[in-house]
Write a protein that binds this ligand. Structure first.
Ligand SMILES: [Zn+2]
Length: 91
């Protein structure tokens, strides 16, 4: 299952994003310029690794897609969190 969430404008700090059992808190943002030259915003989300519970920061653009689910130690590029903590079906 893929997630894509488009913010029409930067959400306020403190915005909480729930992705299944995982919670992301928007703690900071910064302006940046996209490859096509347009101004946009980078969002920094504080969350916890579902494997080791280590806190880390996941970064996204205003289009939130494929957020890092895991810390640097446990992340596996191209893969989503499986099994532990992952709910299939409703939701
Ligand atoms: Zn971890």
């Amino acid at each position: 299952m893929n997630m894509a969430l488009q913010f029409p404008e930067p959400p306020p700090l403190g915005t909480i994003l729930l992705v299944g059992p995982q919670r992301y808190d928007l703690i900071s943002m910064e302006p940046y310029q996209r490859k096509d030259g347009k101004d946009s915003t980078l969002l920094h989300w504080h969350t916890h690794c579902p494997d080791c519970n280590a806190p880390f920061i996941a970064t996204s653009s205003l289009t939130v897609r494929d957020l890092n689910r895991r810390c640097e130690t446990h992340k596996s590029p191209g893969k989503w969190v499986a099994r532990k903590g992952w709910r299939r079906g409703k939701g």
